[in-house]
Design a protein around this ligand. Structure first.
Ligand code: GTP
Ligand code: MG
Length: 344
């Protein structure tokens, strides 16, 4: 029985609605069961009360009572991957690396290195586990037009020679580190596993997050499944578009919904979600305004790992872990080199 037929077993779901659900990422009872009626109503073009009926039926069928045993929580947690920065001090501080099934927020002022980190992790995520990666591909939502393939090129060439050799070997590329043709082929292969989309405004950004779910599904059984979703920057469009106190609630609602769909990609597909956020001067202020803590609360709640970047002398950056479950806060150092983000 196909998945579409499955969906048609739900009350009031005919072929057209089933297709719409499928196309918008609601392709299992499980994903429908956790949707909100208004969300589903918009997506599938059905009334809200029909949407409620569909969700309730999916909940019963999927047997989602909202509770699971500690055993199954443990099973899911055992699948959590750790994506290394390849900076030993920072990876140790993170308990092994950036976790999948979680949102990690990297925040700091302009030029503090947020975009450098998203680029570096888009490379690192592809590496074999023994090289610190998750053997996966990356989805990159670029809201500030800062994604640079040339920078990826430099970072790939900047990996340690033994990592390069092992990646060439795995990807069936002849040659070794430093060999021009081999390096070009490796760079091409890495770039081919980064799916970049430019977000022109916040609504577009929200749609792209939903689209990410489809890309993750498409590659679920690939040799390289999606293991990293970057949003650089999470907040810039929202901040620019929703100006003034009157817009605050609206902005938070939109942002919250957006974070929710990013979270879904992370949880359903075992991917790390990395978002960046700019601040002006006060490290505890979101959107650069310490008088508006509402934004802070919502983001603080969703971003389970929070890292603060601070400029230091030259290319040196202080990296602080300010909030993480089961981890002590800590402080490390990195350098932004031509070869990428590197240890002190
Ligand atoms: P905003 O997006 O403006 O908030 O800043 P950001 O935190 O994303 O900073 P970003 O990561 O873009 O840059 C951090 C620093 O990295 C810059 O100040 C540069 O010094 C350095 N940097 C950026 N690109 C390169 C590069 O191609 N090579 C080298 N060596 N350094 C770079
Ligand atoms: Mg940036």
């Amino acid at each position: 029985m196909s998945a579409t037929q499955d969906l048609e077993d739900l009350p009031g779901v005919g072929p057209a609605t089933a297709d719409k659900l499928q196309d918008t990422g609601y392709d299992s009872y499980q994903s429908i069961a956790v949707a909100s009626p208004s969300e589903l109503s918009n997506k599938a073009d059905v009334g809200e009360s029909s949407a409620s009926d569909i969700i309730n039926a999916a909940r019963e069928a999927a047997d989602i009572g909202g509770f699971e045993t500690g055993t199954s929580v443990l099973e899911r947690r055992e699948e959590i991957g750790k994506l290394q920065w390849l900076i030993p001090e920072i990876d140790e501080m993170l308990g092994g690396g950036v976790e999948t099934q979680s949102i990690t927020e990297v925040y700091g002022e302009f030029g503090s290195g947020k975009s450098q980190i998203t680029h570096q992790l888009a490379v690192n995520v592809q590496l074999q586990a023994e090289n610190g990666g998750l053997h996966g591909r990356c989805i990159f939502i670029d809201t500030e037009d800062t994604f640079r393939p040339e920078r990826i090129d430099e970072m790939v060439r900047g990996l340690d020679d033994d990592i390069i050799d092992s990646e060439l070997d795995y990807r069936d590329i002849e040659g070794s580190a430093g060999d021009d043709e081999a390096m070009e082929a490796l760079v091409d292969d890495v770039l081919a596993k980064i799916h970049v989309a430019k977000a022109f405004n916040s609504n577009h950004q929200i749609l792209l997050a939903e689209k990410s779910l489809e890309i993750a599904k498409e590659h679920e059984d690939d040799d390289y499944p999606v293991r990293l979703l970057c949003v650089d920057s999470l907040t810039a469009h929202f901040r620019a578009e929703y100006v003034g106190r009157g817009e605050l609630a609206n902005r938070q609602q939109k942002l919250n919904k957006h974070l929710h769909s990013l979270d879904r990609v992370g949880n359903l597909y075992n991917a790390a979600v990395l978002v960046t956020n700019q601040v002006q001067s006060n490290p505890d202020a979101f959107f650069g305004d310490p008088t508006k803590p509402i934004g802070g609360n919502i983001l603080g709640h969703k971003s389970t790992f929070r890292m603060y970047l601070k400029k230091s002398k030259g290319n040196k950056r202080i990296v602080k872990l300010v909030d993480a479950p089961n981890l002590a806060d800590g402080e490390s150092v990195m350098r932004v080199e031509n070869e990428g983000v590197k240890p002190e």
